[in-house]
Each structure stands twice: as C-alpha cells, then as structure tokens.
Ligand binder design. Sequence first.
Ligand code: URA
Length: 257
Amino acid sequence: MYYIITINIGRALFLRTLSVLRSKMTRLNKFLAECGVGSRRVCDKLIADGVVTVNGKTAELGTMVGENDRVTVNGKRVENKQKLCYIMLHKPKGYVTTVSDDLGRKTVMDLVHTQARVYPVGRLDYDTEGLLLLTNDGELANRLTHPRNEVNKTYVARVSGAVTEQERIALEKGVLVDGVKTAPARVRILSRDAHHTRCEVTVHEGRNHQVRKMFEAVGKEVEFLKRVAIGDLRLGGLSRGESRFLTESEIDYIKNI
Ligand code: URA
C-alpha cells in the first residue's frame, strides 16, 4: 500500500517537472520561424534536409528546443533577436514570390528595403499583381496561410468573354479544380463589355493558381489578376512596386484575423 502511494506521488512529481520543463521548450520549426528563417513548412524542409543542428547534433522533425540550446542552419547560428516587421507590398506582375529564384528572375525581395529577414506570406503567381505581405513573424505567416483559418483573399479579375449569371453562381458554389471541388466563394460582376468581364472574387482557399483555374473550369481565361485585400486589410492606393510598413492597428488586425 505505502509503496503504491510513494510510487504515485513520485510519478506525479516527475510528470509535473516534465510539464514545467516542456512549457519552456519550443518546437524547433516554430523557433526557426520566429527567428525569421522561413515559414514553418520551409523550416520543416530544412530540418528534414539535415541542415539544422541543435547543440551540434543533426536535428529531427519534432525536436524541442529551450533558450540555452545552440541552433544552427547550414552551419550558421540562429538566434531570436530580431524585431518583428510587417510589410505590405504592391507586387507587380513579372516578379516571383520567393526569397531567391533558381532561374535568376526578379523576386519580390528586390522590391522591399529592410534589414529584417522578411519573407513573403503565401504566394502570388508571376503574372498576378497586388497585395502581398512580407514578415519575419513566422507565427503570423503560419496562421495567415493555414487552410484551417480560412482567411479571405479578394481579387479583381478581368476575364475573356461574358461571364453569365449561371457561371457566376457555379463559381460561387464550387467548381472542379484538379479534380477537387472548390470551397464556396463570393463572385461579383463589376462590369462587362463585348469582350471582357471584370469580377471581384473572394476565396479563402489558397490552392495553386486558384482563381485562374476556377475561371478555366467555366471556360474563361483570366487576362489580368490583382489581389486587392486579405481579410479587411486593403491594398488601397499603394502604387505598383511600392511597399510600406503596416500600421499598429493593421498589425493588431492581422494578428487577430
Ligand atoms: N489565384 C491565382 O490564380 N493566382 C494567384 O496568384 C492568386 C490566386
């Protein structure tokens, strides 16, 4: 009887100590993202590629780190001492949404001027323009792009031909893109002429070429595509190629989106 009580108290103490220790530990991918190395997905890839070490040992997915651990990526020490930075860019077409491009094309990084190690949140196609966020806040980048959070993205699209009411409704209800039905969307016709229709499209999924492929599914080609808002955060009058820091209230808003 005494043995059982002693073993149970010992076990409870051990579990409590473990949970206190764990609460000061962070998952390695989260730590790297907070240090501005990249989104959690990018950090997972670096860990899987074996280029991340913790205290001299090659790290594994799921490794936890505390404040005294020494973390390196490609041999360089990574520390969390940067100030968080949030930038809105009006991406022009003809720029790749990436930190560096293997083919040597112009990237969105050529357009932002900051010492902070920011990276793009999500992606706009090479031929798409509009609102792109860049940050070194890995937590926020992760939350804004995670499908579970269903953050609305609003685009203006100019498409070939006349979009009929039937097609508009089909786009709203969901169309087959790569064999999978798209989630409900909002589609408003802004204007029409003999050759084109201008539409405002709001989606919360972030599939590859989503808006272009949605219109393709109803037999229309997107000739021009611009993202004008993420949630209620709007591009406003920011000129093509220009960037600016988000205001305090915009930062508050996107953190609570
Ligand atoms: N949908 C697209 O087709 N392209 C983008 O860049 C964004 C959304």
